[in-house]
Ligand binder design. Structure first.
Ligand code: IMP
Ligand code: MG
Length: 178
C-alpha cells in the first residue's frame, strides 16, 4: 500500500464488481440506443476504460475537461477546458464521473447538454460523497457512497498524484495539511 494512504476503502476486486454492476444496469436501460458516453477528465478516465469493456452493446465515447465554480452561490457555471468532439444534439448522453462532491460540476453539465439539445442526459458516478452536496445534482447510477474524507486512487488525485493506484483509499490528512 502507498505510505500516504491511511486505509483502503475499495480493493481492485471491489471496484471491478461495482463497475461491472453499473455497466450491466446502464446497458439494460439503453437497449436499442447508442449512448454517447462522456468521460469527465481526468478523474473518470480509468473508470471509463473499465466501464466500456463491461458494457455489451454499442456506444460512442467522448471526453470533456471542466473546472467548476463551486462557490456558495453556485449558478451552475462551468469553465470548459476541453470540449467534446461530438455534437450532443438528439443524443442520449451518459456522463461518467469519478465522484460527486458539491454537485456543481454535474449540475452545470446536465444544464449545458440540455441547452445543446441532447435527447437525454444521465449521470453515472462511481462514487458519491453525499455529505459534500451544495447544489442539487440528480444522479441516475451510483456505484458506492463514501464518507466525508479525501479519497484517492483509480483515477482520483490529490495535486495530480495517486491517480494510478489500482485501489481507492483515504489519503492521510498529513499529506494535505503539511
Ligand atoms: P463537485 O461535485 O463539483 O464538487 O466536483 C467533483 C469533483 O471534485 C470530482 O470530479 C473530483 O475531481 C473532485 N473530488 C471531490 N472529492 C474528491 C475526493 O475525495 N478525492 C479526489 N477528488 C475529489
Ligand atoms: Mg473530476
Amino acid at each position: 500500500m502507498d505510505p500516504d494512504v491511511l486505509r483502503v476503502l475499495f480493493s481492485e476486486d471491489d471496484i471491478h464488481k461495482i463497475v461491472r454492476d453499473l455497466a450491466q444496469k446502464v446497458q439494460k436501460d439503453y437497449t436499442d440506443k447508442v449512448p454517447l458516453v462522456v468521460c469527465i477528465l481526468k478523474g473518470a478516465v480509468i473508470f471509463m476504460t473499465d466501464f466500456v469493456r463491461e458494457y455489451n452493446g454499442q456506444l460512442e465515447m467522448d471526453f470533456m475537461d471542466v473546472s467548476s465554480y463551486a462557490g456558495a452561490s453556485s449558478t451552475g457555471e462551468v469553465r470548459i477546458l476541453k470540449d467534446l468532439d461530438s455534437s450532443v444534439k438528439d443524443r442520449d448522453v451518459l456522463i461518467l464521473e469519478d465522484i460527486i462532491d458539491t454537485g456543481a460540476t454535474l449540475q452545470s453539465l446536465t444544464e449545458l447538454f440540455g441547452n445543446r439539445g441532447a435527447n437525454s442526459v444521465r449521470i453515472c458516478t462511481l462514487f458519491d460523497k453525499p455529505s459534500g452536496r451544495k447544489v442539487f445534482a440528480h444522479t441516475d447510477y451510483v456505484g458506492a457512497s463514501v464518507p466525508d474524507e479525501f479519497i484517492v486512487g483509480y483515477g482520483m488525485d490529490y495535486n495530480e498524484r495517486y491517480r494510478n493506484l489500482p485501489y481507492v483509499g483515504v489519503l492521510k490528512p498529513a499529506v494535505y495539511t503539511k
